[in-house]
Write a protein that binds this ligand. Structure first.
Ligand code: GLN
Length: 290
């Protein structure tokens, strides 16, 4: 009978296959996939590297490796992704949380802290996995957190993440602000809406091929949803409320202009770790009596 491969040799083989498939981080991903296939953590795998793998483990590694080599995102294969300080469940119904969106969380936290309200009301539009609102609620438990999404499947995932983390967020189904009555009660509104232009070549590469198009692509060179949000958020903001938006690296000027036209002031943009202007925010002070 053929001797069974050790966990270490499975790991080496996995790494080589990922590397040959053009995966950028083959060592890291090989360890993550082996961990998923064997149910063991990295420390355990290092300590038991010489142990023989079972036939089931080898078959599971092979199946996961095939999926990854076919381009499926790690977040879908593992069913989770780290974001901020949280570990979030991810499904193909949601955008996969990205590191640049942590910049939106950072500035939204500053906006929450700048608000004199005891329990600032915070709204996240198009919440997906719930990444943004859950990070905010985890950092500032006093906020009253509300989030909307058009997709019921995305909301199911967001609710499961909130329940798993024990965080209290009210989830509403509907497009952007449609499920809310315009009552001017939110101190902070945040969103990472779709902003990629329909003909953007990068939609043909990497993880985005497996993510919902509705979470990525917007009409009018990617600006349509940003515009809708900017023009409807105002009547939901409390006096001196802030709107913070993630957008494409080349959309800051257009977003700033739209905010200005909608009456926002103190408009500021922020640069992400890759050097792209990624976030723009504005403050809405109601006009005084004429
Ligand atoms: N930043 C993502 C990307 O370019 C897109 C996220 C979004 O459309 N909101 O892949």
């Amino acid at each position: 009978m053929e001797a069974r491969a050790s966990l270490d040799s499975l790991l080496r083989d996995l790494r080589t296959r990922l590397q040959d498939a053009g995966i950028e981080n083959p060592g890291l991903e090989a360890r993550m996939l082996l961990g998923t296939a064997t149910g063991q953590g990295t420390a355990q795998l290092i300590a038991h590297g010489n142990d023989a793998a079972t036939a089931e483990q080898a078959a599971r590694v092979d199946a996961l490796c095939q999926r990854r080599c076919a381009g499926e995102p790690m977040a879908h294969i593992l069913g989770r992704r780290s974001f901020w300080t949280l570990e979030l469940g991810v499904s193909p119904a949601c955008l996969i949380p990205r590191p640049e969106t942590e910049l939106l969380v950072e500035h939204a936290l500053a906006a929450v802290d700048a608000c004199s309200h005891e329990n600032p009301r915070v709204l996240d539009l198009g919440t997906g996995t719930g990444a943004i609102i859950l990070a905010l609620k985890a950092e500032r438990p006093v906020i009253e957190a509300v989030a909307s999404d058009r997709s019921l499947d995305a909301l199911r995932q967001a609710r499961a993440n909130a329940d798993g983390l024990g965080l209290d967020v009210a989830f509403l189904q509907g497009t952007w602000l449609a499920p809310l009555k315009p009552r001017g009660t939110f101190n902070v509104i945040v969103s990472n809406p779709p902003y990629i232009a329909p003909d953007d070549a990068h939609l043909a590469h990497g993880d985005v091929r497996f993510e919902p198009r509705a979470a990525l692509v917007a009409a009018d060179a990617g600006l349509a949803d940003l515009r809708t949000i900017i023009h409807t958020a105002g009547e939901h903001l409390a006096p001196s409320g802030r709107l913070l938006l993630e957008h494409g690296f080349d959309q800051a000027r257009a977003v700033r202009r739209m905010l200005k036209n909608a009456g926002y002031t103190a408009i500021r943009s922020h640069v992400d770790m890759a050097g792209h202007v990624r976030i723009t925010e504005g403050l809405l002070i109601p006009e005084g009596p004429a």
